[in-house]
Design a protein around this ligand. Structure first.
Ligand code: PNS
Length: 195
């Protein structure tokens, strides 16, 4: 029987406890799970792709069937190159559904043999999003319940405890440049919440 390979694509900027919960669940139902970090030239992330890759590798080192990779371009093309048969995505709340459904159906249109599998993280992680974690950390708020300890340390190293990044106060402009709020889109248009 062929090995079932799934990719778990995303931005993971930063990886949260919700992401880790989903990786744990995905690793139990697929033979191989590839956490695939999108290289997105249109975004200025908080953590570089290499930093995110290293952090997720450290956090998932206990899973024999999980590996971390990066990709550019279409998710379906990347999945095809890996001979993956499924795309894993998390749905935390009904507000995620519309955007995720649209993406899943578009991916199915592009590559009919690729299935999207939705899983729900533990309900106590359902309010966590990378965007909110960044916002809270940038303002010196507590993020220990939201991200693994390693990520908390790395974020503190970026922001300090004052919400200043690299010694400079973070301006609204630089914040919105870093990540156009998907939720902004989402609340009015698609309902997607940034994971
Ligand atoms: O963690 P995110 O930011 O919600 O992940 C979104 C991601 C990376 C899964 C999505 O933007 C994506 O698949 N991008 C790759 C380009 C692509 O395939 N676009 C068409 C999607 S239907």
């Amino acid at each position: 029987m062929s090995r079932k390979i799934a990719i778990y694509p995303g931005s993971f900027d930063p990886p949260t406890k919700g992401h880790l919960d989903l990786i744990a669940r995905g690793s139990r139902i697929f033979d191989e799970l590839v956490v695939a970090i999108l290289r997105n030239p249109d975004k200025t992330p908080l953590f570089s792709v290499d930093e995110r890759k290293e952090m997720i590798e450290l956090l998932t080192s206990g899973y024999k069937n999980v590996r971390v990779d990066t990709f550019e371009g279409l998710t379906v093309d990347y999945a095809t190159r890996l001979r993956a048969t499924a795309v894993l995505r998390g749905i935390r709340a009904i507000s995620d559904y519309e955007y995720e459904l649209q993406m899943a159906l578009m991916n199915r249109k592009l590559q009919p043999s690729l299935e999207t599998v939705f899983m729900m993280p533990a309900e106590h992680y359902s309010y966590i999003s990378s965007r909110l974690v960044r916002e809270i950390a940038a303002m010196g708020g507590p993020i220990g319940a939201l991200v693994p300890g390693l990520i908390e340390q790395r974020m503190r190293a970026k922001f300090g405890t004052t919400g200043r990044r690299n010694g400079k106060p973070k301006s609204r402009a630089s914040q919105s440049k870093r990540e156009p709020s998907k939720r902004g889109r989402s609340k009015t248009a698609t309902g997607k919440v940034d994971l």
